[in-house]
Design a binder for this molecule. Sequence first.
Ligand code: PRX
Length: 625
Amino acid sequence: MKYVRSSSKKYLPSKEAKRISLAPEDIYKKAEKSKIKFWANLAREGISWIKPFTKDYEQTSEKFSWFKDGKLNLCYNALDRNLDTPKNPAIIFIPENVKEKKQTLSYLQLYESVNEAAFLLRKKGIKKGDVVSIYMPPMIEALIFMLACARIGAIHSVVFSAFSAEALRTRIKDGKAKILISCNYYFRKGEKIFLTKKIKKACRKIKIKKIIIDRKKTGKIFVKKNTPIIPPEPMNAEDTAFILYTSGTTGKPKGVMHAIGGYAVQAYWSGKYIFNLKRNETMWCTADIGWITGHTYACYAPLLNKATTVLFEGMPTHPTPDRFLKIIKENKINVFYTAPTALRMFAMQDNFTSKYALKSLKILGTVGEPIDKETWNWLFKKIGKGRCPIIDTYWQTETGSAVIDALPGHGPFIPSYAGKPFPGIDYSIINKKGKKAKSKEEGLLVQIPPFSPSLIRGVWNNPQRYKKYFIKGKYDSGDNAFYDNEGNFRILGRSDDIIKVAGHRMSTAEIEDAITSLPEVIEAAIVGKSDKIKGMIVAAFVKTKKPITEKKIIERVIKKIGPLSKPSEIYFVKDLPKTRSGKIMRRILKGLLEGEEIKNLSTLLNPESVEKIKVLIKKELPKKK
Ligand code: PRX
C-alpha cells in the first residue's frame, strides 16, 4: 500500500490503498443521507444483539439515547462470538524486562480467564450495576477484569496506576466502588513500582473488598478448569458500560459515563474503518489502560474486531531506545498507535530506524495532542517508510472513540490536520460571535446532533456537570480548532483551563488545589508552557505567606495527584494578575512564559503585577534550564 504526495502539503491514498480499504468509497455520502440510519445499520451489522433494537436515536435537550430498547453484552461481543477460531491470539503481553518471556492468550484462554474472574467477582458479591475500581498498569489481568465486569454487568472504573493514593481514594469514594482490583507491583524503566502501600493508604477507613494480583504470576492466575460458566448478562443498550475519571475545569475529577450499546458500536466500527483492522491482525496501542485510549484501542476495539492486542508493561525506550521497534518487528504489528510525545522522544534518539524494515506495519496512528509537522514527517518516512498513512485521531474521554480523522483509503493526510469527522458524525466550529466559522477561522469545536453513539451519557454523581457540556444544543468539546476549505479540521488546543502534558490531560484547578493545600501558600496559578518534547510542561506561579521550598510543592502535587502533574517550573510571586472580579489571568501568565508581548492590561485589578512577573521570569528562567 503506497501513499502518494499530491501537493507539497497533502498525501493521498494510492489505488491499492483504496482497494483494500474496509471503509467503502462512498461512506461519507452514505452517512450524510441519514446519520441515524447509517449508525443503526452499522449497529445491526457489527454487533450481536441479545434483543434487537427497534428504536435508533432519541433526544430530549441534552439527554440522548441510541438503540434504547436493544439488549446486548459487551463481553459477549468481544469474546464469546470470536470462539469460532479459539486458538487465535487475543492478547500478547510483553513484560518490560527483556529476560521475561512474553505471554500470549488465545481467545479461548482469555474467554476462560474472564469467565473465572467473573465467577470470582460474583463470589465476592459483585452484582450488575456495582462499581469495580481497577488500579493497574497494562497487564493481562487488567483486561481480564474489565471484560469480567462487562460480562456480569458491573461498571468498571479504571484508575491510572501512576495516580497517587489520594487520587485513587477520591475516585473510589466518588464511584462508591464495592471492590478494588490491583496488583502488588510492576516494572517501569527497569524499576519495580510498588502499589501495595498506596492501596492501603487509599482504602483507609473505606469499606471495600480487594483482589491484589501478584505480578509474578500474571497470565497464570486464571487457569483453573471446571469453573461454572457465567453467562453474559443481557444489558440494556443505555446501561453504563464504564466510568472513567478525567480532569475538568474544577479541582474535582469527573466520572465520564459511557453507554454499552453506543460504545460497542462505535468502538467496533472506528477500529475497523480508522485502522482498517481485520481479523487476526495485530494492533499495538501504547496508551496505558488507565486512559480512554487504552480502554478503546488496547482493549475493546481490537477484541470486538477479533484482532490481537499487544500490551506492553513499561517504557518503550527501555532498555534501549529502539525497544519499540523490536516489539513491532518481533510481534509483526500491523497497526501502531501512539502519542506525539512518545514519537518526539523516539525521534530525538533516532539512529536506529534505518536498521528496521518494519514490513508488517500498515497504519500509524497518533492521538492525544497535536502532532507537529516535523514529527509527522519523521513518522511517515522513518517508521512507515512512506508505505503507511498517518492517522491523526482527534477525540476525548467524553467521545469514547476517535471522532475526527482521515480514513486510510480516503485521506487526505495532511501533517498537523486531524482530518474530517468520522462518517455519521458532525462537527462544526463556532466563532467568537457565536456563528458558524468560515474556513480557516478559529473557534470552538462543537459536535452537532444526532450525537455520536459513544458520546458521554452522564457525569457520575453529577448531573449538573453533564449539562454544562452542551451549549445551545451542541456538545462543547472545550477545544479550539479551524477547518480548511475542504472541511479538514486542525485542532489548536484547549479553550478552557485544561492542559495537556505529554498527551495527558490535567486540570489546572486540581494542581492549584494541591498546592494551596500547603499552609504556607496563599494562592497558586498553573499554566501550560510549550515544550519541544512533551508538547507542554506544568508551570506554577505561587504566592506564599511563609517561605517554602520548591521540593515541598512538588512533593505535595505528587502526593495529591501523582508524578505526571508535578510542576517543572515554579515561580514565587508577590501578586498574581487578576481581573476586577478576582479571576486569575492565566492567559497573561502563559503569555509571559512564552515571551509574548502582553497588551491591554486595562481590565486588570493589578496591572503592575505583570511587569514584576516578567522581570522575575527573565531572572529565574536561566536557572531552571
Ligand atoms: O485537547 C484535545 C486533545 O486531548 C483532549 C482529550 O484528552 P483525553 O480526554 O485525555 O483523551 C485523550 C485521548 C483521546 C482533547 O480535548 N487531543 C486529543 N486528540 C488530539 C488532541 N489534540 C490534537 N490532536 C489530536 N489528535
